[in-house]
Ligand binder design. Structure first.
Ligand code: GTP
Ligand code: PRP
Length: 495
């Protein structure tokens, strides 16, 4: 299912003529399908693969992690443009803004073939800007490995002697995002096919030449006249023959390169949406996963750890639940409200939705009541008790709900969505009591994909807000990796 809301957002941005950003032939791609429902950036379990790199690339947390969980394929971004157009700056800005994701930068330059001794002797006559100067086969092989979440050894190219270091490589681990940057990364169709998003950095030729002279002189040990000679003989013709014609493949064209903060911000916003979007959220548009950050992952790591103490379990569960509650409240309708500030000015604001209530599924759901009360002063909270009959059957035992519940929006509370049986029983009861399905928001900490399928299929208009979607259920219908018996751990009855 296409990411309609984001596409719309980007299209309206174009319609609004965001200064300096041309989104030509905007095709906003969807990341490749995962191999399993668990393969999500927002899924729980072991942290995603680490992505390390040399100085040019970025690592999110400084620790080298071995790929250890089946993940969805990384999001591949191609960044092309003429020489010295500012590709590196644009990549650096994207990497910096995606600080909570593992991003790795691969430079096409690393795949220069390297000159033979004979070619080196007349390097000034060698065309480094022709597609044949690159070992595209090897580039494809490396990218293929990274897409399969395998580490690769990327060659190291030395611009001063036009050779590859024969013994040294840059080890690159798999990551959430791979940025492939270079003058000719859009030239070869097989390379283009690897990309989920293509960005062309479009900078004025004079500015590029001036930068090139400065850079090659200072960083690559060339004389000004040799740079100008190479530019006239090879760089400019190759730009016209190969680089410029490949611009038509770009999804996004950034004028002025790294100076264009608006364009980079929009691109990063789009990538974030793609990365944060669990595939189940695409299937069921009413499932919302709280945007994952390292802070949230850190709290999940603590509460999922079987060795964590009860006070820590309670503390970090409470923090996470508060975030989920706030997120859930964001889905309630609001009315417009004008107020006057102490400066005498009018502020056009909104008023919170009034007719609300919470309903907790006893007993784990009760652990979410404090957070709801902390956010909604004086909120009424009903209870539903569902008894587990055998491994996969649930029976409604008791309920106490506000009399006028049919007129209220209901925040249904239960930290764990497993098979979805308990939730379905509770939702059934609410609907029987007259609550319209679309007025129910089910808040939970972790969900199994099976539970999401079960609840969303039966109640397609209800909203689910969760903080992580786990891999699945075990044979005993326990959420995996999960966090064990939530109620026992929270209320200290786990002995
Ligand atoms: N003289 C010489 N030029 C080389 C050699 N290898 C690569 N080049 C040049 O390097 C250029 C590729 O690098 P650029 O795209 O300019 O570098 P970049 O740092 O990615 O550019 P921006 O980040 O966009 O500024 C090509 O235009 C080649 O002409 C070499 O061994 N000798
Ligand atoms: O989606 P399901 O497969 O129905 O499983 C989820 C239910 O299991 C847990 O409660 P549990 O029965 O462990 O009781 P508790 O609230 O006392 O911990 C959880 O709090 C849900 O209510």
């Amino acid at each position: 299912m296409p990411d309609k809301s984001m596409d719309d957002a980007m299209e309206s941005a174009v319609g609004a003529h965001f200064s300096g950003l041309r989104l030509e032939a905007l095709r906003l791609p969807t990341p490749s399908a995962p191999s399993s429902p668990s393969s999500s950036s927002s899924s729980a379990g072991p942290l995603a693969n680490g992505a390390l790199s040399n100085g040019a690339a970025v690592h999110a947390n400084g620790a080298e992690l071995v790929p250890n969980s089946p993940l969805r394929q990384p999001f591949v971004i191609g960044v092309s443009g003429g020489t010295a157009s500012g590709k590196t700056t644009v990549c650096d800005m994207i990497i910096q803004q995606l600080h909570d994701h593992r991003v790795v930068l691969i430079n096409q330059d690393s795949f220069y073939r390297g000159l033979t001794a004979e070619e080196s002797a007349s390097a000034q006559d060698y065309n480094f800007d022709h597609p044949d100067a690159f070992d595209t086969e090897q580039l494809l092989e490396c990218m293929g490995q990274l897409k399969r979440a395998l580490p690769v050894n990327v060659p190291i190219y030395d611009f001063t002697n036009h050779r590859r270091c024969s013994e040294r490589f840059r080890k690159v681990n798999a990551s959430d995002v791979i940025i492939l940057e270079g003058i000719l990364v859009f030239h070869d169709q097989s390379v283009r096919n690897l990309m989920d998003m293509k960005i062309f950095v479009d900078t004025d030729a004079d500015i590029r030449l001036a930068r090139r002279i400065k850079r090659d002189n200072l960083e690559r040990g060339r004389t000004v006249s040799s740079v100008l000679d190479q530019y006239g003989r090879f760089v400019k013709p190759a730009f016209e023959d190969f680089v410029l014609p490949s611009k038509k493949y770009a999804d996004v064209i950034i004028p002025r390169g790294g100076d264009n903060h608006v364009a980079v911000d929009l691109i990063v916003q789009h990538i974030r949406t793609k990365l944060g979007m669990h595939d189940l959220c695409k299937i069921f548009p009413n499932v919302y996963v709280v945007q994952s950050t390292f802070q949230i992952r850190g709290m999940h790591t603590l509460i999922r750890d079987r060795d964590v103490t009860t006070p820590d379990f309670v503390f970090y569960s409470d923090r996470l639940i508060r975030l989920i509650v706030e997120h859930g409240l964001g889905h309630l309708p609001f009315t417009e409200k004008q107020i006057v500030t102490p400066t005498g000015s009018v502020y056009m604001g909104v008023d919170f939705c009034k007719k609300l209530c919470g309903v907790s599924i006893v007993r784990s759901g009760e652990s979410m009541e404090n957070a709801l009360r902390a956010c909604c002063k004086g909120i009424k909270i009903g209870k539903i008790l569902i008894h587990r009959v055998g491994d996969n059957g649930q029976q409604l035992i008791y309920h106490k709900l506000p009399m006028d519940i049919a007129e209220r929006h209901v925040l249904l509370l239960d930290p764990v969505l497993g098979t979805g049986n308990s939730a379905s029983q509770a939702i059934d009861l609410l609907i029987r009591k007259g609550v319209p399905e679309e007025r129910i928001i089910f808040l939970n900490l972790i969900s199994a994909p099976e539970g999401i399928h079960c609840v969303c299929k039966r109640f397609p208009r209800l909203k689910i807000v969760t903080s992580e979607i786990d891999s699945g259920l075990s044979e005993e219908f326990r959420v995996i990796p999960g966090l064990g018996e939530y109620g026992d751990r929270y209320f200290g009855t786990d002995n």
